[in-house]
Design a protein around this ligand. Structure first.
Ligand code: UDP
Length: 193
């Protein structure tokens, strides 16, 4: 896959629609995809944090979230011309889930936030199939894993803050039936309004 690299950190020069197209192909080929938002703060932190750099470069799609990434691409004559934000990417993925009847699981944020976010998402995406949810303060990780496995989720949004959510995805994706993972930070709070 085509990547641009800034200070050793990969960024995918893709638009929302291109990410969705590639994820759709990967779903059809039964391949998992992980989406991580990259901004200048993460690139700078990655200079001294090898784990973070590995997490970013080990993801399938490093979306260019943050104008600083666009500026860097422009200066280097790269192909990144528009931002792809985590919260908007989530909207595109929810739309894809609706179209393809994918089962969506929501993990993270406070109980009242995740439930309100789901309520609002069901309003905005009436054909969405909610496979289940867990709040981000549940301490029993095995319970969470079992719940997601039994839910037969195809798509999983994890909102635990970064990089906690990406570490969790990295450590558990092989145990899960999920095809599309996105760490979404504060996006459940945004959807909860
Ligand atoms: N969160 C959580 N469990 C934790 C820590 C955080 O569920 O142990 C949630 C928190 O409630 C919030 C989200 O993770 O909904 C973090 O959002 P934030 O904006 O801090 O993340 P960022 O986008 O900065 O990574």
């Amino acid at each position: 896959m085509n990547k641009e690299t800034y200070l050793g950190v990969d960024v995918a020069p893709l638009t929302y629609k291109q990410v969705i197209k590639e994820i759709t192909q990967r779903i059809d080929q039964n391949e998992q995809s992980t989406v991580i938002a990259v901004n200048p703060e993460k690139i700078m932190k990655s200079q001294s944090d090898e784990t973070l750099r590995g997490l970013i470069n080990g993801s399938t799609f490093q979306i260019p979230d943050g104008v600083g990434v666009l500026l860097a691409s422009k200066l280097k004559g790269g192909q990144i011309h528009s931002r792809v934000t985590g919260v908007e990417m989530m909207g595109y993925l929810l739309h894809l889930a609706e179209q393809k009847s994918l089962r969506v699981f929501f993990y993270g944020a406070k109980e009242e936030v995740v439930t309100k976010a789901i309520e609002n998402i069901q309003h905005d995406y009436p054909n969405i199939i909610v496979a289940g949810y867990e709040n981000g303060y549940e301490q029993d990780n095995n319970k969470i894993i079992t719940h997601i496995q039994e839910s037969e989720a195809d798509m999983l949004f994890v909102a635990l803050g970064s990089p906690k959510q990406e570490l969790w995805i990295r450590d558990h994706k092989d145990q899960l039936p999920v095809k599309v993972f996105q760490g979404v930070g504060g996006s459940f709070d945004v959807y909860a309004g």
